[in-house]
Design a protein around this ligand. Structure first.
Ligand SMILES: C[S@@+](CC[C@H](N)C(=O)[O-])C[C@H]1O[C@@H](n2cnc3c(N)ncnc32)[C@H](O)[C@@H]1O
Length: 273
């Protein structure tokens, strides 16, 4: 197996002095830029979308697969007040920071982060009511192994929601996008478009399976942030992003993900166990 290179290293490198500052948001997703105009607001909006689709509420024990620095879990705990959240991550430093922040916030009894892979979960069958994978399943080796595990650890009637990056229906593998996927730790086994994605969720046993592309609300916004970081080499958390209707309609900026990664779609999926 390859050594895992963390997508969070960029955040650790850039924002090291601010990691201990609890008011500094440690989101790590592309965000939902429907109304949001800053990176933190967009990430929060995407976290809200998945929480609402999964139906998160006070009775729930939630598994967050690919939990990043624990910032989504913190937001869900504060906003939707589930009984308990357990986050999984294969990056030890992200797990350490997530647990340290939970302790500093005084919520470590209701929010824990474990060093383990979403493809081999350290839980007995039927341990959770809800599973969320917020922009993480394309990293899992493989996504199908995760779906099987999610089905196993969910209680009957439990719900799964994924926000995920995937190819469009017309994608083609090129030497370039294949090597970028390899360098950025995205397994080839996970490269299939929306229709097949739905089939694989069903094949894992889920019912009432749905999926919907939200790419126009993701790429045009985040591409402006990426441009600011690349061109101006600066912290872009305070950047005010405006997406015009025309940019949204043509999904401006998606070509960056389409050409480099071959992953030009971004969709939200749901299913019931
Ligand atoms: C793009 S980040 C999203 C983080 C977080 N959900 C958020 O929105 O801030 C993807 C996350 O998946 C984690 N990850 C990758 N492979 C994993 C695996 N096999 N099991 C659990 N987590 C994994 C990464 O370490 C990273 O934290």
């Amino acid at each position: 197996m390859r050594d895992y290179k963390s997508p969070g290293q960029y955040i650790l490198d850039q924002y090291a002095p601010r990691i201990d500052d609890l008011s500094f948001p440690l989101w790590m997703n592309l965000g939902l830029w429907q109304e949001a105009e800053t990176y933190a607001d967009a990430c929060r909006a995407l976290a809200d979308l998945v929480a609402q689709r999964v139906g998160l509420g006070p009775e729930d024990e939630l598994l967050d697969a690919g939990c990043g620095f624990g910032h989504p879990a913190r937001h869900w705990l504060e906003t939707y007040r589930p009984k308990r959240i357990v986050g999984l991550n294969i990056d030890p430093e992200q797990v350490r920071i997530a647990n340290a922040r939970a302790a500093a916030l005084g919520v470590a009894d209701r929010m824990q982060f474990l060093l383990a892979s979403a493809t081999r979960m350290p839980f007995p069958d039927q341990s959770f009511d809800k599973v969320i994978a917020l922009e993480s399943a394309f990293y899992f080796d493989t996504r199908e192994d995760f779906l099987r595990e999610a089905f196993r650890v969910l209680r009957p009637g439990g719900r799964i929601v994924l926000a995920d990056m995937l190819p469009t229906a017309t994608w083609k593998t090129t030497e370039r996008n294949k090597s970028v996927r390899w360098y950025s730790m995205k397994p080839e086994e996970n490269v299939y478009p929306l229709a097949e994605y739905l089939e694989r969720i069903r094949a894992a046993g889920f019912v009432d399976v749905r999926g919907e592309s939200i790419r126009q609300h993701v790429f045009p916004g985040i591409s402006q942030v990426v441009d600011a970081i690349r061109l101006e080499n600066r912290y872009a958390g305070d950047l005010v992003v405006k997406v015009s209707p025309e940019e949204r309609a043509r999904c401006a900026g998606a070509d960056l993900w389409e050409n480099d990664l071959g992953l030009g779609d971004f969709a939200i999926f749901e299913g019931t166990r």
